[in-house]
Design a protein around this ligand. Structure first.
Ligand SMILES: O=C(O)c1ccc(O)c(O)c1
Ligand SMILES: [Mg+2]
Length: 574
């Protein structure tokens, strides 16, 4: 389907917005009136600019508070409309969005609304313009899409139809199945926005927290499927009011919008083939030589080296870590995912506009398919071939059994993009979304996981104003955290993060736990499925390790303990 986006969805001047929107591959735009009013380009120049960029102007919006008004107001509103029709002729736009009236002066009378909209449609027709009537979720009397449709049907004019906006429909909890009762040719326009579920006033929710499809909690695919069944042939158009997008790079936002529409279409067409990973093949860390000692203390052994690159393989149980002597401060730089079809996985990622990374390789080395995640972390799709490069010396037994999860960090303005990436490219599903207090702010955190918890990724963002990104970490799954902690306290007492006694006073008040947890600094959590024991190492560079033990079917991440960890890390300076 044709893909469009409202100019309000991205940052910048109108000219900058059009550039970014065209560069992302959209077919058309909705010109949001404020963007034009503040623009030095004349309507003719804006039209030419869009045309040069290959963009159609699919809609002009919004026209407010028109219908169901007293006669003297109607005369003024029609005069206002005539001005807009002439402007639209200059702009080359032939569809005007009219939002349902929000004014306290609006009259609760569908026949009056229909009569006046019919008049508007007649006037519009003289200019070759059509009217798309949209029920705002906070409209004074008309705030449901089926109500807007009833009025448009009553008005019965070929130049009057409805605009459906997923936010207004889904934010009110309306059932989109009713869309299928509207003839497709009377749906003049379809606007798409997702949103996180927030308990707040719907206007504030709409104006600040909309996001692209796949970044929130609405079932956009279900809604669009209903719209398609009507025979609607117009564009899918993103209309997103979002405080963060307004400030972010227009190019990056527009590209992410395009990615969201591609993912949505793939879902609708049944062509989405997310590269659902079967597990972690490895985590790769940049290193200056500091991490080998930490890994040895944790029971890992170096089992191989890359033939041509300064990369070592360290193993314990099923956990494989690569240390890459890049000379950069220790940080998590790549994750390898076990993929049944690495080439197909990379192709799917590429179809969703993920940057595919070039791999230089010697002829004998395994070919690795890799894409960049939004935070720059390289994601490798692996079959078993990669391991043979390292000629590993054999298994390393120990309590660590594998990689439980990795926690990556994003700047605030890439958080939504990251969620869409992990959902659409890797087929991970969002789990809990949390805000964790630390001494200097809030850490937002969202866990995403694959089927059966085979792969878990935690996406963190720094509090606004933080001068550094939060630390990344690799969490190692283990079947006996207490044994690991005992050994480390004995042999390397400085390696584990010390946990304050106050934490245990509270923990012991809530649960009957082994007093040894306090002595060892082991943290504890439980949920309805099971229990969780974990310890953290101190931070090296940007990264630390966590060793976790899931008992029973515990599904969380010990998030309740994270504020204690953050406070200790801050107090230590890392
Ligand atoms: O927030 C608003 O006023 C507004 C305006 C136009 C729209 O299409 C919309 O969905 C909301
Ligand atoms: Mg809208």
């Amino acid at each position: 389907m044709r893909k469009s986006i409202a100019t309000v969805s991205v940052s910048g001047t109108l000219a900058e917005k059009l550039e970014a929107i065209a560069a992302a591959g959209f077919d058309g735009v909705e010109i949001f009136e404020n963007d034009l009013l503040a623009c030095p380009l004349s309507p003719e120049e804006a039209r030419a600019r869009a045309a040069d960029l290959g963009l159609g102007i699919d809609l002009y919006q919004p026209f407010r508070d028109f219908e169901a008004v007293p006669a003297e107001v109607l005369a003024r509103n029609l005069r206002r409309a005539e001005h807009k029709f002439r402007l639209m002729e200059r702009l080359g736009a032939d569809l005007l969005l009219v939002c349902s009236n929000v004014s306290p002066a609006a009259i609760d009378d569908d026949e009056l609304a229909a009569e006046q909209l019919r008049l508007l449609a007649e006037r519009a027709a003289e200019h070759g313009i059509r009217i798309a009537y949209e029920a705002l979720a906070w409209g004074r009397h008309v705030n449901e899409y089926l109500h807007a449709w009833r009025i448009a049907r009553l008005a019965d004019h070929p130049n009057l139809g409805v605009c459906l906006d997923s936010f207004h429909i889904l934010s009110r909890g309306s059932d989109p199945i009713g869309i299928e009762a509207i003839p497709g040719e009377k749906i003049f326009f379809l606007q798409l926005a997702d949103a996180p579920l927030l308990a707040m006033d719907v206007l504030q929710w709409s104006r600040h927290y909309r996001c692209f499809p796949g970044q929130g909690n609405f079932d956009l695919a279900g809604l669009v499927a209903s719209v398609r069944r009507t025979g609607y042939a117009g564009p899918l158009s993103l209309e997103v009011f979002n405080d963060v997008f307004r400030q972010a790079s227009a190019e990056r936002t527009a590209l992410d919008g395009m990615r969201s529409l591609i993912a949505l279409e793939q879902e609708l067409d049944g062509t989405a083939q997310p590269a659902v990973p079967a597990g972690f093949a490895f985590a790769e860390l940049a290193d200056t030589g500091a991490l080998g000692g930490v890994l040895s203390a944790l029971g890992f052994a170096r089992t191989g080296r890359h033939p041509t690159k300064p990369v070592e393989l360290w193993e314990q149980g099923g956990a494989r870590l690569l240390l890459n002597a890049t000379g950069a401060d220790p940080a998590l730089v790549a994750i390898g995912l076990d993929s049944p079809d690495p080439a197909g996985a990379a192709k799917h990622a590429e179809s969703l506009l993920s940057p595919v990374l070039p791999r230089e390789r010697a002829p004998e080395e395994a070919r690795l398919e890799a894409v960049a995640a939004p935070d720059g972390t390289e994601i490798f799709f692996c079959d078993d071939a990669w391991l043979t490069d390292f000629a590993p010396s054999g298994p390393v037994p120990g309590p660590v059994t594998g990689i439980d999860h990795v926690a990556l960090t994003q700047p605030r303005h890439h958080f939504d993009e990251a969620e869409l990436f992990y959902r659409s490219v890797l087929g991970l599903r969002p789990q809990e979304s949390l805000e964790l207090p630390d001494p200097y702010g809030l850490l937002r955190s969202k866990a995403m996981s694959g089927p059966g918890g085979a792969v878990r990724v935690v996406v963190n963002i720094a509090q606004v104003g933080a001068d550094h990104l939060p630390w990344q970490h690799v969490a190692l799954a283990c079947d006996d955290v207490v044994a690991v902690a005992r050994r480390l306290r004995r042999e390397q007492p400085g390696l584990l993060l010390p946990i304050p006694g106050n934490y245990y006073d509270d923990l012991e008040a809530r649960h009957e736990v082994d007093p040894e947890l306090r002595d060892l600094g082991v943290l504890y959590d439980r949920d309805e499925h099971g229990e969780f024991l974990h310890v953290y190492t101190v931070t090296v560079g940007r990264v630390f390790f966590e060793i976790v033990q899931r008992i029973g079917g515990y599904e969380g991440y010990g998030a309740g303990n994270a504020p204690v960890r953050l406070a200790v890390q801050h107090a230590r300076g890392h």
